[in-house]
Design a protein around this ligand. Structure first.
Ligand SMILES: Cc1cc2nc3c(=O)[nH]c(=O)nc-3n(C[C@H](O)[C@H](O)[C@H](O)COP(=O)(O)OP(=O)(O)OC[C@H]3O[C@@H](n4cnc5c(N)ncnc54)[C@H](O)[C@@H]3O)c2cc1C
Length: 428
């Protein structure tokens, strides 16, 4: 009987590094990626026919080129299924996927699984964040990478974190520099964390490169500044902002918001290293480490799979490097830490179900995650709490999903794809 493969979900740096490490150790691998190409969030390629306007820092490109060359050398042991979405695990322990190219759900048995599905963006809610014209900065970056075209008209970029700087510089390079970048934090107030960040060579160089682009295009980068609310006018958005201690109104067509990343755990199986089919998380989907460390974390997860199969794989050097990446992320979070801001009662929290902050505060103060879902209807919509989950977690200091198992399928599946179901070949 043919040996079952190890499943790797996610074709970003972490998933590809995991798949390559396993295949180099002579294991069969099933690599599933929902998009039509590998690359993940950072190496997202332009759509066919669109220009490549931003190539990204050289070290990321070099790392990816090396990884994909290794992938080619072991390709015979890797069954690569792109345009295929991981949907969940059925009652019999089979992993389920949809092959979107042929609209077919298929099931596979595997001997172990690594789930490396990356991060989701966090947004601190404010009145009007759900309006057309407001989008996440990461979403705008994806559009830019895929179409090679920046959004038209005046843009404001706001929130917190290094992605603001990257996206603003990329917009500027693409020909539409933002009106302003508003960073809520103030790293000068946290000199210890700032001093620590100054020792991070590659990341510092990357930030300096983005800063130079913004300076050349005269894009103001304001710290201790944030969006207070947005309204829509016939001409676009009126954005009420706080710049230091002063309130102002800005007119723009687009507002790009972002308040950091967090592991994408929506509907993802929990890590279960001791289970019959051990499950491991890797990359940003396990812990936000950044692109450099995601590849190392993929290798670490592959080493854990090998160990679960009785094989030895060295991890000490990987753990040391991951420790450094973790320390960098901790210093970054500390340098940009800002006091929490409570939304106004009218602020939308769950846009799927139209639930506002006033609906949340009307619930009992000690409401459990289940009560918040069932009585408040938060997190019950089609997005499965992708946006309101992190918002509520921050407001209540505990994850909303902690009490509920994942709802599968992870994404809506058409009846045609279900009717076209294909059973695992090993069971027929
Ligand atoms: C929006 C965004 C923008 C970023 N921009 C930058 C930047 O400018 N510079 C920088 O240095 N870092 C950036 N990062 C961080 C960087 O991309 C990550 O650190 C790195 O890509 C993490 O690698 P990963 O393999 O863990 O996850 P990812 O690269 O996110 O890869 C995860 C993969 O899993 C796939 N996937 C997800 N769900 C499923 C599913 N159900 N079924 C099948 N496949 C699935 C996704 O399509 C994706 O290809 C960004 C991250 C995000 C989320």
């Amino acid at each position: 009987m043919t040996e079952l493969p190890v499943l790797v979900v996610g074709g970003g740096p972490a998933g590809v590094a995991a798949a390559v490490t396993l295949a180099e150790a002579s294991l069969r691998v099933l690599l599933i990626e929902q998009r039509d190409r590998l690359g993940g969030a950072i190496h997202r390629q332009p759509a066919p026919g669109a220009p490549q306007i931003w190539r990204g820092p050289a070290r990321h490109r070099r790392n990816w080129t090396e990884l994909t060359s290794r992938l080619e050398r072991v390709a015979a042991r890797i069954e690569l299924r792109t345009s295929s979405v991981f949907l969940g695990v059925d009652g019999a322990g089979r992993f389920l996927f949809e092959d979107c190219r042929v609209s077919q759900v298929f099931a596979r048995r595997v001997r172990a699984a690594i789930v490396a599905v990356g991060a989701i963006e966090r947004i601190r809610p404010f009145e009007g964040w759900e309006l057309p014209g407001v989008m996440s900065a990461g979403g705008a970056q994806i559009l830019l990478k895929e179409t090679g075209r920046p959004p038209e008209g005046p843009i404001v970029v706001a929130g917190s974190g290094p992605l603001l700087l990257a996206v603003a510089a990329q917009l500027a390079r693409a020909g539409n520099p933002p009106l302003a970048v508003l960073e809520r934090g103030n790293p000068w107030r946290r000199p210890k964390a700032l001093a620590s960040l100054m020792t991070a060579g590659p990341q510092l160089a990357e930030a300096a490169a983005y800063g130079t682009v913004l300076a050349l295009k005269r894009v103001p980068y304001r710290i201790e500044s944030e969006v207070l609310g947005v309204t829509e006018t016939g001409q676009g958005l009126t954005i009420r902002v706080r710049l230091g201690k002063v309130e102002r109104l800005l007119q723009a067509r687009h507002l790009l918001v972002h308040d950091g990343l967090e592991p994408n755990r929506i509907g993802i199986p929990l890590p279960a290293p001791e289970a019959d089919v051990p499950v491991f998380l890797a990359g940003d989907g396990r812990e936000i480490h950044g692109a450099d460390a995601a590849m190392l974390d993929g290798q670490r997860a592959a080493a854990a799979v090998l160990a679960s199969l009785g094989r030895t794989a060295p991890v000490a050097a990987l753990e040391t490097a991951l420790g450094k990446a973790r320390a960098f992320q901790r210093d970054l979070a500390e340098a940009l830490r800002s006091p929490p801001t409570l939304p106004s009662p009218e602020t939308m929290i769950c846009r799927c179900e139209g639930r506002r902050y006033a609906d949340f505060t009307a619930l009992p103060a000690d409401a459990s995650a289940r009560e918040i879902r069932l009585m408040g209807r938060f997190g019950l919509g089609a997005c499965q709490a992708r946006f309101c989950g992190p918002m509520l977690a921050e407001l209540r200091g505990e994850p909303l999903s902690s009490a509920s198992p994942p709802r599968w399928p992870l994404r809506p599946v058409s009846l045609a794809a279900l009717a076209n179901f294909s059973m695992d070949q090993t069971e027929t």
